[in-house]
Design a protein around this ligand. Sequence first.
Ligand code: ADE
Length: 232
Amino acid sequence: MSKIGIIGAMDLEVDALKAKMNTEKTLKKAGMVFQEGTLGDAHVVIVKSGIGKVNAALCVQILVDEFRITHVINTGVAGSLNAALDIGDILISKDAIHHDMDVTIFGYQLGEVPQMGTREFAADEQLIALAKASCEKVNPDINAIVGRVVSGDQFISSKDVKERLISNFQGDCAEMEGASIAHGAYLNGIPFVIIRAISDKADDSAEMDYPSFERAAAAHSAALVEDMVQSI
Ligand code: ADE
């Protein structure tokens, strides 16, 4: 039977899902509260990881070790790196890269974690297809694309940094957890997908836009996740 770990970095990314689930068990570990139970017909563990790559990686490992999850989904918001992705639109991960990893001095690609054998952590094809189908069903008026998530321990709020992420990594959105969740899923052999709704353009307007749009954007992503887990 499938057991799906659902991770959001912030309360507003998981609160709506937690409110709808039927909680059977709660575990507090590493400062995180893991709620296991059902969301509709799906068996889920929903958790707020906290912000950034270390919190996200720890969270995945606890989901694997303590709950034996079979799939992991990351829901939340992101800054757009693609002109085709406007505020409120949705990005479904094709893959994810750490944009703040640089061991190029020893011949690795920019973004490649040494000795991992891959720079891009590929999302699961079946989860991508389910996310696309749920998006068309739940958010029919919202533009959704499948693309690349780039992650780092940085809020991107400058045109120059944004352009660097586009030219170095061909990223479609920037956030602060996805590649760590992908990396943790890869190491544990678990399928993953990242669903991010756009809260800002990751440029000089990001500081203004983010607080205004984060809540609505997070709700778009959560609605999609709630629907797709019914089919896993
Ligand atoms: N999450 C939402 N917007 C972001 C941005 N601009 N940079 C990093 N993480 C984000």
